[in-house]
Design a binder for this molecule. Sequence first.
Ligand code: SGN
Ligand code: CA
Length: 534
Amino acid sequence: GTLTAGCASTAPGSTPQAQRVASAEERRPNIIFIMSDDHAQTAISAYGTEIGRLAPTPNIDRIARNGALFENSYVTNSLCGPSRATMLTGQFSHMHGFTQNGQRFDNSMWNWVRELGNSGYQTALFGKWHLNYSPEGAGIGEWAVLDDQGKYYNPDIITPNGKSVVEGYATDIVTDMSLDWLSERTDSEQPFALLIHHKAPHRNFMPAIRHLQTYLQTDFPVPTNYFDHYDGRPAAAAQEMNIYRDAYEGHDLKMTEEVGSSELRFDRWPNDFARMTEEQRAAWDAALQADNDALNAANLDERELALWKYQRYMEQYLGTVAAVDDSVGRVLDWLKASGEMDNTIVVYTSDQGFYLGEHGWFDKRFMYEQSLRTPLVMQYPGHIPAGTRVEAPVQNVDYAPTFLDYAGLPIRQSIQGRSLRPVVDGEPPADWREDIYYHYYEYPGFHSVRAHYGVKSGRYKLMRFYGDIDAWEFYDLATDPDEMHNRFDDPAVQGKVRELKQALKGLRAKYQDNDGPAVTAPLSLASAQAKGRR
Ligand code: SGN
Ligand code: CA
């Protein structure tokens, strides 16, 4: 749809003649941009995974079925704040400047939501922001956001009028606010852009009461590298995000002190539980009591306990996903009932992927597959053919230009990504990217993942950790999909290593990333060997 003058100039108080109803053809699409936090691709059934089979997401799958599923969707920096800033601006971390959590995003910076608002869209954001105290000054029409990371139960919600506690479960509250806003919109001549940004399934993985027992009896397949020893991968060895070593037994795994007791084991941040109402807490305790008592009565050895923790982690994490999927269902049902389905682009994604026990981990940050990948499904009935599968590599820098494109707005110079529209139309430009660039910064920080940058090029991946660890890693995903064998020094792959080094150097130049050490001119194998002999 192209932008019509009438649509853009329609403003409150304008004369009736100036307000013209755009024909279906002229009408610009609504946009609903749903983003969860830390949702692994492997935990979505549309991706055809075993976890998805055991813990299906039927509503997220509806979007994929109605439209497109991106098989190769990646982030640029696997961390909340940087990823969100990237989605808003269409830029890599080093360009928008928000490289690590805890920084303050400059709300006055250009973002696509304000741009759509300026061109006549009604805009709103509900849920997690986590870029700054609030989106004040970011040009978003209406908003109500979770304070900081957001709490699962009775969260603090910040609005232009200040902060207050809202009783209930975060995912449901955010959904209610979003649907209320949609239903109360008075000006239905203007298109809308609505951002629904859930806290779930982020740590500390607290499901709604209704989902606490959903997966207690499910036996999730343990990743083959759950007991990884990290040989040849010094940064992986130095991390602090191991389920059986670093997850807190109370706070994260909801384990109790002893049989008959509901007192949690180590709970580093007690406020997540302390803020529950008595009723919520009683229902919570009752739902997990038998399972916790059984664990406390059993005399598990170290290995058995590590495996038990994996199951508990999955039960909790996927329990929070169940409410997110409910939410997506409610939004889709609303669109259907209101007749807006065909006029609306619906996107579901996450701010990054997550480890579900691979390498023994929870959390994200690393450029390994599970956290580099992020789910992405998108529907626009009548425009994106149902059941489309996109293989072209896409990144979260592409979202802003995509929304601009569909809104009929020019894609500004500062944007480093590209519109996905030709890609979902089945006509990716001949010069569509083959390689993706990644750069993670936050160190020192939670989980002690060293800064690194890298390139993924088809089946190959090259990454460089820097700072107090200086190490290169190279993987052939075709033969080593779990990234267990760092072959950077393997003489058999030096040609490829050189090729990827060159590509990495090129990407850093193209995207103007001067952060971190420069990629040195690729060494020839002979000189590398000579150097090694010294
Ligand atoms: C919190 C979490 C960490 C997580 C960061 C970043 N701890 O600090 O485990 O890595 O957020 O997550 S918590 O127990 O307090 O939740 S991010 O999604 O915001 O980047
Ligand atoms: Ca996140």
